[in-house]
Ligand binder design. Sequence first.
Ligand SMILES: [Zn+2]
Length: 266
Amino acid sequence: MKQVYLTIDDAVSENFTFKTDILKKHHIPVIFFCRGDRLDAGEDRITNAAKAVSDGFVLGNHLYSHTRVTTLDFDTVKEELLKTERLLDRVYKKAGVERKHKFMRFPYIDRGCGAFPADKSKMSERHIREMGEAMGLIQITSPLPEADEKLIAHKNKIQELLKAEGFTNPDFGKVTYSWFKDTEFYTGCDVNFTMATGDSNLLPKYRHKGVTMDDLFRDLEKNFARDPNSAEVVVMHDYDQEGMPQVFETIIEHLVKQVQFIGATN
Ligand SMILES: [Zn+2]
């Protein structure tokens, strides 16, 4: 059975607890990546986040304003990171739980180096192709320029900051894709993923495209089939737009029937 590490971005929404209740019902371990601005939207968000931590979920950093890092200067990235850290520390303190690991994921997997999320000069042709294909499957459409020396330096400086601040990757030891585990997608200090659920295609603003839940399920099958022996790091979202909590529930109820959810062991 396919093994899945589940990660959920853009927490903490208004109906966050609706989702954690579903996840708890199925005993699904999750790392949530939280937007600072959402944690900052009222004390109830901190309370709900603390409840999730008490229930065993792990919360990580998704920066403050959900802006593409390629478009921000270094000082702003640092400010966004640390401001969100202070909120996460408050959440863990409120929960009375020790924060054992610091994890972070960049909004849009924009790691600061433009359209392609890694330094191609450090990668084999095969890894570039396979990472590109995975990005294609998860339909990342980037309005960003290709990396140049300046952007690569920007990305590297941010990685140094993450390292200095103690950010690491969870132990995704059961993933075997070389393009993932042997590249900065995993050896870096930020958390990436091997596939998406495609839930963003069902957002109200994209509904005119006519993508259906069946299309999503077909894409999931296709992704799972790449290598049945590798675990997947799957991303979905804590969306609160009209209809999206139901989309969340439908995807989870579909997945529990076909995968085994596993937690990172560290
Ligand atoms: Zn996001």
